[in-house]
Design a protein around this ligand. Structure first.
Ligand code: BGC
Length: 353
């Protein structure tokens, strides 16, 4: 048996552009729906301990809902995942100004980031993985960023229930780039439940404390003895209400962890839902991970299959370079030069325990 990809029409944008949906399936029965708008993963099924497959990512039922406003559900994020202070940065002494769409900062690529553009799709040859290749060329100056940037994101669903995501980008002018994937997981598969009982592990000795506007202060703080210690698996809800200035600023967890052993493709995080047995592992070569606990979900957005998405009904594990890196010399560089392709890789692998 082979993996499979099917294609269907998903809808039209306001400008009349057609959006397609690709369904990637593996031989176990895992199915991932990806639309060409934003490269959004609209649905991703994973088995529980009894072998029942259920969608475990937050999303909408239709394109019109994505078009009328989404907190980046399932989307590819670019050109810069996370925040840039005051929407400003410099390259070779020249200042660039970006949209301050998350007052007073720039967030996730601006007004029309990579989550809101149509990606060109092509399908890899059938075999031991279902492969969807998405490409988008962002013109010089788009959203204020310098250089024409061509990005390719490859989603590869394997027969061991892993989604391998390869990011590649090239530029014709010095620029910055930091791509990520913004799926919100709820391993219960029941979106009326909060994620507070799900256990997360993050292999990081340090995290990046933030100011009142969620920009890293520059300090790398030890997690030891703080609510930010996830070195051993811990229920998300265990310490989330502890009196702590950083938790107050994020309204919960909304921080970047400094992952151990930067420089290799290594396991960095996991999540586990005991009741269903669903276990998720995250493997990446990135230096950081933004762990966001859905603190801005407030019961107003319509949920997949009915109802609404409540407070903390999904969590994100966004692999990336650190927020505001263009303005923080001590952080690993996000500068991209012509002739030196950007490459990043993250795998999300499911199993049951
Ligand atoms: C950020 C949150 C933000 C969310 C958007 C996350 O990556 O860290 O602060 O609200 O994306 O829904």
């Amino acid at each position: 048996m082979k993996t499979n990809i099917t294609k269907s029409a998903y809808g039209l944008t306001a400008a009349g552009d057609s959006v397609e949906k690709y369904t990637l399936s593996n031989t176990n029965g895992m199915k991932i729906d990806v639309i060409t708008y934003g490269g959004i993963i609209t649905s991703w099924t994973a088995p529980d301990k009894d072998g029942n497959y259920k969608n475990i990512v937050l999303g909408y039922d239709s394109l019109s809902q994505y078009l009328s406003g989404s907190p980046y559900f399932g989307a590819i994020i670019g050109r810069y995942g996370n925040r840039i202070a005051n929407g400003k940065f410099q390259l070779d002494g020249q200042e660039y100004t970006l949209a301050t769409n998350n007052d007073p900062n720039h967030l996730h690529g601006g007004e029309v980031g990579f989550d809101k553009v149509i990606w060109e799709a092509s399908v890899g040859s059938p075999g031991d993985a279902a492969v969807l290749i998405l490409t988008y060329t962002s013109p010089d100056g788009e959203e204020g960023y310098p250089g024409k940037l061509t990005s390719t994101v490859t989603y590869r669903l394997t027969n061991d229930d892993a989604l391998e995501i390869d990011y590649m980008a090239t530029t014709d002018q010095k620029t910055i780039v930091n791509l990520t994937q913004h799926s919100y997981f709820n391993l219960s598969g029941d979106f009326s439940q909060s994620i507070l009982d799900q256990k997360v592990r993050i292999l990081a000795d340090e995290y990046l404390p933030v100011d009142e506007t969620l920009i890293p202060t520059g300090e790398k703080r030890k997690v030891e003895g703080t609510p930010f210690d996830f070195k051993v698996p811990k229920a998300i809800g265990q310490d989330i209400e502890v009196e702590n200035e950083q938790l107050k600023r994020g309204n919960g967890y909304d921080h970047c962890w400094v992952l151990n052993d930067h420089g290799s493709f290594r396991k960095v995080a996991s999540a586990y839902h005991e009741e269903t047995g669903r276990f998720l592992e995250v493997i990446t070569n990135e230096p950081g991970i933004q762990f966001y606990t859905g603190n801005f979900l407030d019961g107003t957005l319509p949920a997949y299959g009915g109802g609404t998405y409540g407070f903390r009904s999904g969590f994100c594990l966004e692999t990336q370079h650190f927020p505001d890196s263009p303005n923080q010399k001590e952080f690993p560089s996000v500068t991209l030069e012509p002739g030196q392709p950007y490459r990043s890789k993250t795998t999300y692998r499911f199993s049951v325990k």
